[in-house]
Design a protein around this ligand. Structure first.
Ligand SMILES: O=C[C@H](O)COP(=O)(O)O
Length: 250
């Protein structure tokens, strides 16, 4: 049975005090049992506090990035060993903001995937087409290539530590979401691409999250589609009530 997952990517939001406040509210209000595995990804400097605060809760913690090298002269970067040493065992890789703003190529993302998996981290692998790709009808090709070039070099065994997050770039932070039908169409395609490359067992087991302007009022419809296993939430993850409404929409 593949997992249902709702992850909140806090991006570059929330200082230490605000992180503490949002986590306290989430802990206080999260239902005792949720269908979805719930994950939050605060910024690097607040990860250690988040791990401590969320100890003995059902909420997991993810990093938003990792460097591909084991260590060395890489000013400003964070290694996988540093993350796991403070209890962070999940990392978001390939986010469209990393690809577009920080020029992360598929090859670079592939090497970050390798490093994270080598450290037994779970990778939330993000990918998705831009508006121009969808308008030109090239979105399926783009998505397949991002998967092949960034991820498909991994072993079959590694898939146990991979979560896919389809995020059409045109829907991120824009208020414009893919329709539930568009999300389902793409998720079904993604599962088929995985099936062809790695077999039905892996394709049926891998969780495929949707990301891009998921809100409390559209989550249920999107999550209701058979190949959508949850969401990667940006803006709506910054308010406890909104995030938890999305968590309980599964
Ligand atoms: O990582 C999350 C996505 O970029 C979605 O962000 P958004 O929910 O603000 O559109």
């Amino acid at each position: 049975m593949r997992k249902k997952i709702v992850a909140g990517n806090w991006k570059m939001h929330k200082n230490a005090e605000q992180t503490e406040e949002l986590l306290s509210e989430l802990i206080a209000k999260i239902p005792a049992q949720t269908t979805a595995q719930v994950i939050v990804a605060p910024t690097f400097v607040n990860l250690q506090a988040a791990v401590a605060k969320l100890k003995n809760t059902t909420i997991g913690v993810s990093a938003q990035n990792v460097h591909q090298a084991e260590g060395g002269a890489f000013t400003g970067e964070i290694s996988a060993d540093m993350l796991t040493s403070i209890g962070v065992n999940t990392v978001i890789l390939g986010h469209s903001e990393r690809r577009a703003i920080f020029h992360e190529s598929d090859a670079l993302i592939a090497s970050k995937v390798d490093t994270a998996l080598k450290h037994d981290m779970t990778v939330i692998f993000c990918f998705g087409e831009e508006l121009k790709d969808r308008q030109s009808g090239n979105h399926f090709n783009i998505v397949e290539n991002q998967l092949r070039d960034g991820l498909f070099h991994i072993s079959k065994e590694s898939w146990a530590n991979v979560v896919l997050a389809y995020e059409p770039v045109w829907a991120i932070g824009t208020g414009e979401t893919a329709s539930p039908e568009q999300a389902q169409e793409m998720h079904e395609f993604i599962r088929e691409v995985v099936r062809k490359a790695f077999g039905a067992d892996i394709a049926d087991e891998v969780s495929i999250l949707y990301g891009g302007s998921v809100k409390p009022d559209n989550a249920k419809e999107i999550f209701g589609k058979p190949d959508v296993d949850g969401g990667l939430i940006g803006g709506a993850a910054l308010k406890a009530d909104d995030f938890l409404a999305i968590v309980t929409a599964i």
